[in-house]
Design a protein around this ligand. Structure first.
Ligand SMILES: Cc1cc2nc3c(=O)[nH]c(=O)nc-3n(C[C@H](O)[C@H](O)[C@H](O)COP(=O)(O)OP(=O)(O)OC[C@H]3O[C@@H](n4cnc5c(N)ncnc54)[C@H](O)[C@@H]3O)c2cc1C
Ligand code: SF4
Length: 401
């Protein structure tokens, strides 16, 4: 199932906006959709090299309350172990077209998560006794658009219809435990969800042509915009993300600018705004299969990439207390549950399991940002969460399905 391990790491910050730069507000308008298309256009060649898949978005969340949601995405099939996704994100905000949006503002929330972008090629069996897979977990996100709320909602609606019919067929009398709702899969295949994810199935795998980003642009132009994804072939992802990492000696180190504390920030002060929390005495949710592998393999060959790909500073190589050499320190308390380490560790030695209580102070999370943390912050700033146009947009999307 190599292709299932193709994921994106997405980092998100919410800022209370400073004064909007005139040229940005003119270029972007206020609708989230316009901001999204502008930023994805602007991003090409902006921060990442042509062989690293990625993108960005910048949403103005509300016309009345000036909030900005900014995100940066990196395909976890990148090859240079020196790449530092969090620092790429911080550097991106200093682009002259982006920076003015954040000047005079205040960062109020931060989060990160991995997105399943295996897409159409990786959809597993959707029904099992007592359960159905809906939304992002089986891979219904439209990968090139990084949009999946509509497909998540539609698959949830189809699942609910199947469940309701199965129960009402039995006059509400049968036991529901272990019910196998096989009609769900055929309904989903007949729905627009299936057509949509099928039509974009080749865009992401086309990135692995020798042309990189340009290959994907060419492919998308010809086979998606002209033929609407109707080509008779299906491209495959050849390797798991972890296998794409090259030994450090074959790669160039990357120098990142220091954060300025206004537009860009250090990692730990960002993690403090993520709203995640773990009880001190809960069982470890991050464990190693073999304690010797981090130093002997990951550090020796890849220069410890877990120090960089973790967007929460969980992994640190520190000098041993006794004797020479280094050891891997795991600051599990910082974990924001993006699951990148489980995916990108080149030795596949890290075992991530769900922490106790979901690990997030209430288990409600939106795009990697804890809603509890965010709502507390908005409360402090006396900004109403429920009046945000972002949430209104989500509600409107549901009504329009
Ligand atoms: C930064 C970012 C921006 C995005 N922007 C857009 C966009 O503009 N438009 C769009 O359409 N899509 C967007 N997406 C994609 C969209 O968010 C997903 O496709 C969609 O949320 C999938 O919905 P879901 O219900 O399947 O999963 P999720 O929304 O991920 O919901 C899963 C829920 O389960 C909870 N959970 C997980 N584990 C546990 C546990 N053990 N116990 C209890 N609860 C648990 C999580 O906290 C979460 O609330 C974006 C994604 C990201 C990360
Ligand atoms: S420890 Fe793993 S799951 Fe937790 S934040 Fe770091 S990379 Fe993500």
């Amino acid at each position: 199932m190599a292709a299932l391990r193709v994921l994106l790491q997405m980092m998100l910050e919410i800022h209370k906006d400073g004064p909007l730069s005139p040229h940005l507000s003119g270029a972007l308008g206020n609708s989230p959709r316009e901001t999204s298309s502008w930023t994805s256009g602007a991003h090409c060649g902006l921060a990442l090299d042509n062989n690293t898949y990625g993108g960005s978005f910048l949403y103005h969340l509300d016309e009345d309350t000036p909030l900005v949601s900014v995100g940066f995405v990196i395909g976890l099939d990148y090859s240079n172990p020196y790449l530092y996704p969090f620092k790429e994100f911080q550097r991106f905000k200093h682009h002259p077209s982006v920076q003015p949006t954040f000047e005079g503002g205040k960062r109020i929330a931060y989060g990160a998560r991995a997105l399943n972008e295996g897409g159409f090629q990786c959809i597993p069996k959707l029904a099992f006794p007592g359960g159905l897979l809906v939304g992002c977990s089986p891979g219904f996100m439209n990968v090139p658009k990084i949009k999946g709320t509509h497909t998540a909602m539609k698959s949830g609606m189809l699942a609910a219809e199947c469940a309701f019919e199965a129960i009402s067929d039995e006059n509400f009398s049968s036991a529901t435990e272990g019910l196998l709702l096989e009609s769900y899969e055929s309904r989903l295949r007949e729905s627009w969800v299936w057509k949509e994810i099928q039509s974009v199935r080749n865009i992401r795998p086309s990135f692995h042509s020798p042309l990189g980003l340009y290959g994907t642009m060419l492919y998308t132009g010809v086979f998606y915009y002209i033929l609407r994804g109707k080509e008779p072939w299906t491209l495959r992802n050849s390797k798991a993300d972890a296998e794409h990492l090259k030994p450090a000696k074959e790669c160039q180190t990357i120098e990142y600018p220091k954060p300025d504390g206004e537009v860009s920030f250090d990692l730990l002060s960002s993690v403090a705004l993520s709203g995640t929390n773990h009880e001190g005495d809960q069982p470890a949710h991050l464990t190693l299969r073999d304690d010797s592998i981090p130093v002997n393999r990951n550090l020796a060959i890849y220069d410890g990439p877990e120090q960089r790909f973790c967007p929460a500073g969980v992994y640190e190589y520190v000098p041993r207390e006794q004797g020479d050499g280094m050891r891997l320190q795991i600051n599990a308390q910082n974990c924001v549950h993006c699951k990148t380490c489980d995916i990108k560790d080149p030795s596949q030695n890290i075992n991530w399991v769900v922490p106790e209580g979901g690990g997030v102070r209430p288990t409600m999370e939106c795009n990697g940002v804890s809603m509890q943390g965010l709502s507390l912050l908005l409360e402090q700033l006396q900004l109403p969460l429920t009046s945000s146009s972002y949430f209104r947009t989500v509600i409107n999307s549901v009504c329009n399905l």
